[in-house]
Design a protein around this ligand. Sequence first.
Ligand SMILES: [Zn+2]
Length: 411
Amino acid sequence: MDLIIRHAHLRNRPGTWDVGITGDRITTIAEHLAETAAVELDASGNLVVPTYVNGHVHLDKCHLQDKMRPNKNYSFAECLELTWEHKAQYTVEDILDRAGRAIQEGILNGTTVFRAFADVDTIGKLRPLEGLLALRERWRDVVHIEVVAFPQEGLIRDPGTSDLMEEAMRMGADVVGGLPWFEMLDEDAWTHIDQCFKLAKQYDKDIHMLVDDTDNPLSRSLEYLAVKTTREGYQGRVSASHCGALAAYDEVHAQKVMDLVKQASISISSNPHVSLVVQGRFDLEPIRRGITRVKQMWQRGINLFASQDDVADPFYPFGRNDQQEVAAYVCHTAHMTAPSEIEAAFDFVTYNPARALRLEGYGLDPGCKADLNVLAAPTVRQVLRLQQPPTWVVRDGKVLAHNQLQREFTK
Ligand SMILES: [Zn+2]
C-alpha cells in the first residue's frame, strides 16, 4: 500500500476506520489495517470524505475585482458592462494567472474538480476559451478541469456567437453552455436551447445552462429545457444553474415545472451566496433570498448541487473558492438545518455534483479514486460550523495540500 489514512471517521459508519490506498485507488477500508504504508496520515477521528466538486465557476472572470472600477449597484447589466471592459483585452497569460490563483485556493479548500465556464461571444470572441483550455492543460496532472463554452451575451441577442460556439466545440470545449433566459423573447430562448442541443448532439457533449437567473416570474425557459431534454433523450446529461424565477412562479405552475425537471433528470445547481447579493435588487422589504426551490426539489429527488460560481469578479466581490462555505450558505438560505438536511447540503458539494458531471470512480469505497479530504472536524455539522480547510487534500493517492491552523488563546 502506498498511503494509509488512519483513524478516519466516515459518514454513516460508526467507529473509526483505516483507509488503504494503492496507486490512485482506494483498495481497503478496515477497522485496523495491520500493514504499513510509505505515507501514513492520522485523521485523529475526524471526517474523511471524497474531495469537493465545484460544478459551476467562471474562471475567466475571477479576480477581476483587483483591477476593475468598482460596482455602483450590482445590477446584472452593470456586472456585464464591467466584464466587457476587460474581456476584450484578456490574454491567455492573464487568464492563466488569475484562474491559476483561484484553482490553488480551491485545492487548499479541498476541491479537485472544477467545471469552468468560458465566455464565448463577439466581445472576447474565443480568447476566454483559449485561456481556460490552456488552464486545463497546465493543471491536467493536478486537478480535473472541464471547460464549458458559455454564450454569456446570448446567441440570438449577440449575432455571430452561434458560429463561435461551433468553433469552441471544435477547439475542444468539454460541455455546451447556454443562457436562454437572457434572450429578449421567449421564442428566442427556445431557439437558443434548440441550437445548444444541436451542437451538443453533434459533438456528443453534455449541456450546462444558466437558467431563469432572475426574480421575474415570467422567465420560463426551464420548462422548455426540461421538455427538450426528455424529447431528445438527453436525460442525465443536462444541468441547469440558478433557476431563481422558479421560486417566484405560482404554486400550480411551479409544481408542473418541477415534475418536468424530475422527468428529464436535470441536475440543478444553486449558487446561494451569489443569488443572495445579485437577486432581490428590485425588492423593497422583504427582500427575497433569490435562490431556487432548493429544498422542495431535493425532497422530490431531483439531483441538487451547489457551486462557487464567482470568485472576486464583477458579479460577486467575495468568494474563496470554498465548497464548505457554499454548503453552509445552502443550509442558511434554504432552511436546511435539521440533521438530515445538513447532511444533504454536504452532498450538494460532493456526491451530487459528481453525479451531475458523471465523474468516474467518485466515492469512498474500495475501487473508487483516492481523491480524499481529511477534514478538521469529526462530523458534517462540525465541518460546516467551523469551516476549517481540510488538514490534508489527497489526489490520485498522493498528498496535494496540507493546512495547519494555528490559534492561540493568550489570556
Ligand atoms: Zn454563473
